[in-house]
Ligand binder design. Structure first.
Ligand SMILES: CC(C)(COP(=O)(O)OP(=O)(O)OC[C@H]1O[C@@H](n2cnc3c(N)ncnc32)[C@H](O)[C@@H]1OP(=O)(O)O)[C@@H](O)C(=O)NCCC(=O)NCCS
Length: 171
């Protein structure tokens, strides 16, 4: 586990294969996966997600979904970060937090910091974010991070609202 960067209240670390129980526990709560539609069957499934989806992104693209720890106690509260989607050649902002940590501004703090890291450290040109129309909290986070609505579309069989933000330093 490497610390990638920090904000005032949060620490961003890379996940490791040993973190499968964290992913499993987070997805156990039906409220957490209500609008993400991706239940995790067991610890083995969580390990597969880490091995096949999350960890390769760190190596291939130098970014990914990062484990978020609350300072100063270093408590795992969820994940946030960037994910390259090759099918659409897009970099997607995503986040997911344990329910007891909702409503404290952590998602907005983490999402905004992920965008800034993507623009300032990785020199990314554009970042997108998607959420189901019913997922008001998530849509609100995208807007509060300065993202602009571009379209409603169907992705993987689900209607979503898509937002984007461009790196102001790249003309
Ligand atoms: C989406 C999620 C990350 C938001 O986390 P959070 O910690 O509550 O987010 P924040 O506290 O930073 O901000 C949420 C904002 O949405 C607002 N909000 C929350 N529920 C809302 C609702 N039902 N309608 C409108 N606004 C809502 C909050 O008031 C807050 O705005 P404010 O700061 O202006 O008051 C969290 O709900 C979550 O993990 N959900 C499950 C996973 C998920 O759906 N991820 C996104 C997939 S697209």
């Amino acid at each position: 586990m490497n610390v990638i960067f920090e904000t005032e209240r949060l620490q961003f670390r890379t996940f490791t294969l040993e973190d499968a129980p964290l992913i499993y526990d987070l997805n156990l709560d039906p409220d957490v996966i209500r609008y993400t539609c991706d239940p995790v069957k067991d610890i083995g499934h969580a390990r597969d997600i880490l091995e096949q989806v999350i960890l390769p992104q760190y190596v291939l693209y130098n970014h990914g979904r990062w484990a978020i720890y609350l300072k100063p106690q270093s408590e795992f509260i969820g994940w946030c970060g960037l994910k390259y989607i090759p099918q659409r050649d897009e970099i997607d902002l995503g986040y997911r937090f344990k329910k007891q940590y909702w409503g404290k501004g952590y998602a907005t703090e983490a999402a905004y910091a992920s965008i800034q890291y993507g623009f300032n450290k990785l020199n990314l040109h554009r970042i997108i974010g998607r959420a189901m129309p019913e997922n008001k909290a998530s849509l609100h986070v995208l807007k509060k991070c300065g993202m602009n609505f571009i379209t409603e579309e169907v992705i993987d069989g689900h209607p979503v609202k898509t937002y984007e933000i461009f790196n102001p330093s790249i003309p």
